[in-house]
Design a binder for this molecule. Structure first.
Ligand SMILES: CC(C)(COP(=O)(O)OP(=O)(O)OC[C@H]1O[C@@H](n2cnc3c(N)ncnc32)[C@H](O)[C@@H]1OP(=O)(O)O)[C@@H](O)C(=O)NCCC(=O)NCCS
Length: 102
């Protein structure tokens, strides 16, 4: 199944983060537009957002996630378990394999 799945991270009634999962087929998906509102960064919400995104991906039988990351965000992705595939690009490519029992 192909599609674009938006995700909002809510704190009470406030949206403080967002991301999108693009299902690309072959049990793969691209992660896009990951962002936490500036005032809420570095408090663990990005980690929570990615955990929700992974759960959403698993619910759609996705086994491998890909992102073209902002250079400044590479450390974040590494901290939440992603691996660099191509560091040479302007937007480095990282991936994460998902396991239903993880
Ligand atoms: C990147 C972003 C989503 C991270 O969200 P966050 O809420 O600040 O991240 P968290 O507080 O959950 O951090 C999770 C881990 O990543 C680390 N981390 C977060 N931002 C980091 C950064 N820019 N560089 C290196 N490490 C980073 C934290 O130290 C933490 O590690 P730890 O748990 O081992 O201490 C957020 O900073 C953001 O929205 N940035 C602007 C938009 C952007 O660059 N989006 C990415 C597009 S690809």
């Amino acid at each position: 199944m192909l599609g674009h799945l938006p995700l909002l991270l809510m704190l009470g009634s406030r949206a403080i983060g967002a991301a999108r999962l693009d299902l690309t087929g072959d049990r793969e998906a691209c992660v896009r537009t990951v962002a936490i509102k500036q005032d809420f960064q570095r408090k663990g919400y990005g980690r929570t957002l990615m955990a929700r995104l992974e759960a959403l991906a698993l619910a759609h039988s996705v086994e491998k996630l890909i992102v073209n990351a902002a250079r400044d965000a590479v450390g974040f992705y590494k901290a939440v378990g992603w691996t660099i595939v191509d560091a040479a690009r302007d937007n480095p490519v990282l991936m994460k394999r998902l396991r239903a029992d993880a």
